[in-house]
Each structure stands twice: as structure tokens, then as C-alpha cells.
Design a binder for this molecule. Sequence first.
Ligand code: UDP
Length: 359
Amino acid sequence: MTASVPGEFRLHRSQFIKCAPVSRELRKMTTEVLVHTGQHYDDNMSKVFFYDLEIPEPDYNLGVGSGYHGEQTGEMLKGIEDVLLKEQPDYVLVYGDTNSTLAGALTAAKLHIPVAHVEAGLRSFNRRMPEEINRVLTDHISTLLFCPTKTAVKNLAQEGITNGVHLSGDVMYDALLYNIQIAERKSTIIKQLKLRPKEYLLTTLHRAENTDRIENLNNILTAFVDLSEAGQTVVFPVHPRTRKQLDALDRKAHSNLLMIDPVSYLDMLVLEKNAKVILTDSGGVQKEAYWFQVPCVTLRDETEWVETVESGWNILVGADKKKIVEIALSSTSPATYSNYYGDGATAKRITELLQARFW
Ligand code: UDP
């Protein structure tokens, strides 16, 4: 039996995307107990996500809401401990780098239940990022570590972690391959927003370093407005955290800047595939841009997905307004593309490795 902890929906939709393909494979072979740490399962947007991704109904919803890191993580530790004591799983599977990831791993490790980490070994080498703390700690108490890239394997080796490390590939690539055709059949977002393929920029923004630092937020938003004034259509699905911060700002607007609610995963895939350039501070979106071979401008100073930068498909610009505009307007596709992120069968590989170790 597996206890899986994918995380809170509202701030961590990408954990659900990672969980979907793995859960599908696991359930062919064993019983999975799915633990949802967040409270937003019942709202509209969350339901759409579960439905689109075909994620089974969680067995537990701990109802932990937003809050300071300590408060949120503490509540999760308590809730997860109750579940693990009751269910006695053979191991606990955690995804990514959220507070839920750390809480799941820490609770299991203290109860001597082995931890398996999907998306192990990623590093930004910036310990001011809450995600970096969550990753480092989770990796150091995991028994099995599934790395999406060779870089991740190397990062772990540099910290002395070599046992139980597997280069598995990236489960988000599995999810993209599984869903893109469904998305292209079902999604009407391009028509709805009256967009022309390859004639708009797509942007997302939600990292604390950008949303919680007003100077960064202001610079980035001004860059989006400048791009709109330069004649570019900018599609901006606004994350709830960012919306809250933007509402407090005296912000400029422009009719070419389409600030919309977050879209479903299927709509997002279609928007990404048809974008001319993608501007983002999201990890998942940087990779999806790469897989669709759409040039990416990353609104951060560093990235965990270094292969996208080294291959020329991704450029780091931070929150520098001038750079954002210049690079977005001049971005072109490099002549070559190689896939560093596996073959789309990562979830199956992970399930087989879990089976070999624990069943
Ligand atoms: N995404 C989505 N709808 C949106 C924006 C993003 O479905 O309105 C998806 C996106 O395609 C990607 C994932 O959410 O798969 C990325 O999650 P997020 O932007 O929260 O960032 P990350 O946790 O990867 O940094």
C-alpha cells in the first residue's frame, strides 16, 4: 500500500499534475491511499483539475489552508501522522517541493516508514526559496529518489546521496503527452479569447520572490503593459496569490493585456503550444514551453531546469523590466532540440522501481 501526498491545490497545482500519471500506474498494481493536504478540493477550479487529470478522489482531505510556513507545515504533520498511523502504508510517496512534500516525508521518516520522492535532486542553490529548503530536507530523508534529469542525480551526489537514486525522467512530460491530444480536442480557449496561434505571448507569475516583493511585481507588470503597448497580445492567467497582491497595487491596464482567471490544465497546454513566446516564473511552465518548443523567458535569476537554458530555449531575465521586454520581443527558436527529460514512460518506471523495492 502506498500513501501519496500530492499537496494543496490552490498554490500547488503542479503536484497534482505530477501525481496523476503515477497514480494511474500505481493503481494497476497496488492499493494507493491518496492524501490531499489542502482545503480547496471542493471549489470549482479544483474539481475541474481532478476531473481533467483523471485523479481519483482523495481518501483523506486534511483541510489545511493557507498560513505561515510553520503553522501550515505543523498542521500537515499532525494530520498526516494520524493517517499514517491508521493506514500503516509500506512507504510514502511525495512529489515536488511544497510544504506538503516536506510534511509527508518528515512524518513518514519519524515513523520509520520509507519515503520515495518524485522529482528528487533539483536545486536552485537559492536557500531563500521555501521550495529549496523543502527539496533539500526531503531528499536527505528519502529512501528512493526519482530524479528527472542527470543534473539532479549529480546534485544529489554532491550532497553525498547516492543510495536509492534513480534517473527516472520527468512525470510532467508523461502528463503532457497523455493530455495534449485530449486538450486539443476539448479546449476552446483559443477561440474564446479570440487568439491567433503564434501571435500572442503567454505569461504566468506566482513565485513568492516576485509576488511578495512589490518592486519585482511592479517591474514585471510594467513590462507586460509595455509589451501590450508595443502591439503584443499578452495572455496572463493570474494565480490567486498574484491576484491578491495586484489588487493592492495601483496597476496599469491595457486592452492587449488579457488578465484572466487561472485556466484548466487542458486549456493551459493548448495556450502554451500555440504561444509565440512564454514568460513565466513557474518551474512546470518552463519545461512545458521547452517540450512544445516555444521560446521561454524566465522571470527569475536562476532555474532548476538548467538544460532548458543551456540549450538556448530559455533565457533568465529576473524581474528586470527592460530585459523582459527586449528578450520577449527578440526571442527566436534555436535550431536544435533534444529531450533531456525522459521518454514519457516515467510513471511506469517509477512504479516498477517501487515494486522492486517494496512489494
Ligand atoms: N497551469 C494550469 N493553469 C494555469 C497556470 C498553470 O493548469 O492557469 C499548469 C501548468 O501547465 C503547469 C503547472 O500548472 O503544468 C505549473 O504549476 P505552477 O504554475 O503552479 O508552478 P510550479 O509549481 O511548476 O512552479
